[in-house]
Design a protein around this ligand. Structure first.
Ligand code: NAG
Ligand code: NAG
Ligand code: NAG
Ligand code: NAG
Ligand code: NAG
Length: 359
């Protein structure tokens, strides 16, 4: 009896330590989120550590525990989830607007910024697909590759590339990290802000060449550009489109439907996951349920340290810092992760956060 109580005390103390450690780290990190969001949402608040921490405190280390060894898919659960998501969106349709959705000169309202408008240009219109790039496409296994530094030294490259369909996020570089992240890409997202972040705002010819080279490596992958979310990136999108046309690149551009993000949020809210705005990773998982029988997630780890306490970079490829627990962030990635972890444990998806090659 006494030893059980003692064990519980130790357990509680270590959970509290995890909680306070996380809190401390989050506080010292600079918030630099610029994906999909307008500057107005940055630096809103110094009051971090609210609801996400409450979740971690409540669930304790169970958030982090998922057994990869004995993992088995539950196909009937996969079908059930696909069916439920289809009530909110059909990824075949909502993954992209198509040519017939607009004509050049149409004015649309930004999805997350309804007062601002965007003019559909000739170039943009000419790059809209005739039909959904995912129409009638079905895969046995898919990889959704997030960009967390947890991928470094994972040696997951081969395994990732072995999937029938590989989804990547935000035009992340792969060649220099191939052993850990692989190189295959069938579908890749690109936030308009990446033009500034990784390609110098196309200020000189070498920036543009680097970008064209990166896109040419993608062959005929789908390049998914959330261009209608918030005002601010329209110039970037125009430049990107001009380069694609000028260099006759084979990538197949896609632009998410105006209803996608609300529909995805609606699905998760109905399932009692109170996200603010789905992260790109969660969006990709949600879309993939439509056309993948088995979904494997890599590079999802919204925490500044790994289980052994080693620092984990936000992105495997740059030094951007991120406050995972900031209430100013538009995303609630720790909460999303907790949800994905539950789905892993139930056999709906497979989450890999460790090494792929066993020693
Ligand atoms: C914390 O979250 C609660 C509700 O979830 C909210 O009412 C409160 O304002 C938040 N506090 C801070 C400091 O953000
Ligand atoms: C698979 O999922 C279904 C639906 O949620 C559930 O009823 C069933 O018990 C699960 N099977 C296994 C083996 O866990
Ligand atoms: C949209 O573009 C057309 C033609 O390029 C132009 O005449 C029109 O004024 C633009 N509208 C807005 C709201 O920018
Ligand atoms: C593009 O095609 C080449 C030649 O078929 C292939 O080696 C490469 O892996 C492909 N790139 C991607 C990103 O899949
Ligand atoms: C182009 O701009 C990048 C920074 O965006 C800089 O590193 C590079 O040296 C420039 N190259 C030339 C040729 O000016």
């Amino acid at each position: 009896m006494r030893s059980i109580r003692k064990r519980w005390t130790i357990c509680t103390i270590s959970l509290l330590l995890i909680f306070y450690k996380t809190k401390e780290i989050a506080r010292t990190e600079e918030h630099q989120e610029t994906q999909l969001i307008g500057d107005g949402e940055l630096y809103l608040s110094r009051s971090l550590v609210n609801s996400s921490d409450k979740i971690i405190r409540k669930a304790g280390s169970s958030i982090f525990q998922h057994n990869v060894e004995g993992w088995k898919i539950n196909s009937s659960l996969v079908l059930e989830i696909r069916k439920n998501i289809l009530r909110f969106l059909d990824a075949e349709r909502d993954v992209s607007v198509v040519k017939s959705s607009f004509k050049p000169g149409d004015v649309i309202h930004y999805v997350l910024d309804r007062r601002r408008t965007l003019n559909i240009s000739h170039n943009l219109h000419s790059l809209l697909p005739e039909v959904s790039p995912m129409k009638n496409r079905r895969f046995k296994t898919c990889a959704v590759v997030g960009n967390s530094g947890i991928l470094l030294d994972s040696e997951c490259g081969k395994e990732i590339d072995s999937h029938n369909f590989v989804i990547r996020c935000n035009l992340a570089p792969v060649v220099e990290f191939a052993a850990d992240v692989g190189t295959k890409s069938d579908f890749i997202t690109m936030n308009p802000s990446v033009v500034q972040r990784a390609f110098g705002g196309f200020r000189n010819e070498s920036d543009r060449e680097k970008f064209v080279h990166r896109l040419s490596m993608l062959n005929d992958s789908v390049l998914w550009i959330p261009a209608f979310m918030v005002k601010g990136g329209e110039k970037n999108v125009e430049w990107v489109n001009a380069l694609i046309l000028k260099n006759k690149l084979k990538v197949r551009t896609a632009y998410p439907s105006l209803r996608l993000i609300h529909a995805v949020r609606g699905y998760w809210l109905t399932n009692k996951v109170p996200i603010k705005r789905p992260s790109t990773g969660l969006l990709m998982y949600t879309l993939a349920t439509r056309f993948c029988d088995e979904i494997h997630l890599y590079g999802f780890w919204p925490f500044p340290k790994d289980l052994s306490g080693k620092a984990v970079k936000y992105h495997y490829y740059d030094d951007l810092k991120y406050r995972y627990f900031s209430s100013a962030s538009p995303h609630r990635m720790p909460l999303e992760f907790k949800t994905l972890n539950v789905l892993h444990n139930r056999g709906a998806l497979k989450l890999t956060t460790g090494k792929c090659v066993k020693q």
